[in-house]
Design a protein around this ligand. Sequence first.
Ligand SMILES: *Cc1c(COP(=O)(O)O)cnc(C)c1O
Length: 353
Amino acid sequence: MAEQRSGRPMIDLRSDTVTRPTPGMREAMASAEVGDDVFGDDPTVVELEAHVAAMFGHEAALFFPSGTMANQVALQLCVDRGGELLAGADAHVVTYEAGAAAAIGGISTRTWPAVGAALDPEVVAAMIRPSGFPSVPTQALAVEQTHNLGGGGVVPLATLHRLAEVALAASPSGLALHCDGARIWHAHVADRVPLFVYGQLFQTLSVCLSKGLGAPVGSLVVSSRQRIAQARQIRKRIGGGMRQVGVLAAAGRYALDHHVARLAEDHARARRIADTLAPYGVVDPAQVRTNMVLLDLTKTTLDAPTLAARAEQHGVLIAAMLPHLARVVTHLDVDDEDVDQAGTVLGALLAAG
Ligand SMILES: *Cc1c(COP(=O)(O)O)cnc(C)c1O
């Protein structure tokens, strides 16, 4: 673990991806039954996939080495080469996946204006293009739950219902609705929406086990049996077929059993940091719904890289997302004391300017 000069471990709030497997999780990994998953022979993977599919009320699921691969394979299930995907301008699938939709999927993307989690289904409806030569037919819509650049915001269930209606009405066969659910667990805990309710709204979902849930690796795509069979083929094509991967699936299963309900603690700690920093005019605590706090530094004399560099000197790591936007994320590996210490450090730096 990185240490600051005093010997105290750094308080790492850059992302919820920085967690390390707990002793219980490592035990589950060590004792996992395994087999060759390309042959479908790994019982731990097979069980995890069935379990996650059932959680969302879908027929099947497929284990992936990353959320990016899971999202991009799901998008290839929903959109033909040369077809169009609509997503938010700040969506992970279009901003943080290295151009994979175009480079690998041959997918055209068009974006609606970035408004965090507060998307407007009527704006999306007006953007949909019908099929027919020579236009680029819209084939799918992607929503992010929770919304990463939207500061961990939760898309309200009513908005998702309306968007599903829009997708259904858009063409004779309907458009596919994909959920980038890397942190759907956080939305589930924050809004108390059952996972199967989210599941019913989407044709495909990607969900992540290595963000807030604390597994070292792993995402799944959840969908119909037919789509998942196709996804298995695409995953192999792009090099994502894995062998005795039950050791990783066991970590994910452990995370689902032990680390979902506790996300409420991460949410409370994020809110606590926001309350501490609100007096400096950088965050509205009411906007903090889950485990992220976005610090808007436009009205301060500090930019995000400067604040991050100074915080690091005091043992606190945060992420500089944009020149004037910093991000603080709570997770399994930080406790109340860490969060209070981070609030004190960041508050003092903001006060000093
Ligand atoms: C992290 C993340 C992903 C995928 O991430 P990987 O680093 O590829 O596992 C997808 N969507 C969102 C919203 C994310 O935050």
